[in-house]
Design a binder for this molecule. Structure first.
Ligand code: ADP
Length: 182
């Protein structure tokens, strides 16, 4: 599924983000940036040790990455030239600023891509795996944040892709996108 906003494209695909050919892919990391399971593990495995090496330098310099923030490293052996690592919120019922933090993860990632003059970016469904954020709620927020960014703020970014792992998540995002008023 693909739509156009302000001459830019937003698409949803079902698949594995490690084989995405956008200039940058986003990693749903944890605060330590030391790798982990899910999409984080997959990105480090395919990208190789140079990503972890850069993550360690970042952590040494600035400490753990708080939820809602983002940093950038090389893509190592990935097709993508760069990886933006962001930490989504851990879901704990919805009253602990989870929504604000999730929106911030997407916004900070988009801003960092712009800062590096990048044109295309892929996102996974941040926080909806191990971090337990309900997918229908996360999908609406993610898509609202990205569509309004494309409409109002985007400069270098021409293409945003959500690479959704599994058909269930893909279907939920598709429904959410069809319900958004652009
Ligand atoms: P979080 O800790 O932010 O919840 P997870 O990696 O556990 O991160 O899950 C986030 C989403 O990424 C889930 O929908 C999960 O199914 C998905 N995912 C796992 N592996 C991949 C992959 N290779 N490509 C894209 N998405 C993936």
């Amino acid at each position: 599924m693909e739509i156009e906003i302000n001459d830019r494209s937003l698409s949803l695909i079902q698949g594995d983000i490690t084989i995405s050919s956008t200039e940058v892919i986003v990693n749903a990391a944890n605060s330590s940036l030391m790798g982990g399971g899910g999409v984080d593990g997959a990105i480090h495995k395919v990208g190789g040790p140079v990503i972890l090496k850069e993550c360690k330098i970042i952590i040494k310099k600035q400490g753990n990455l708080p939820p809602g923030k983002a940093v950038i490293t090389t893509g190592g052996n990935l097709k993508a030239k760069y990886v933006i690592h962001t930490v989504g919120p851990i879901w704990s019922g919805g009253n602990r600023k989870e929504a604000d933090l999730l929106v911030s993860s997407y916004k900070e990632s988009l801003k960092l891509a712009e800062k590096n003059n990048l044109h295309s970016i892929s996102f996974p469904s941040i926080s909806t795996g191990a971090y337990g954020y309900p997918v229908n709620k996360a999908a609406r927020l993610a898509l609202k944040t990205v569509t309004s960014f494309l409409k109002e703020e985007a400069s270098s970014i021409r293409e945003v892709v959500f690479v959704l792992y599994g058909y269930k998540t893909y279907d939920i995002y598709q429904t959410a996108l069809s319900e958004i008023k652009i």
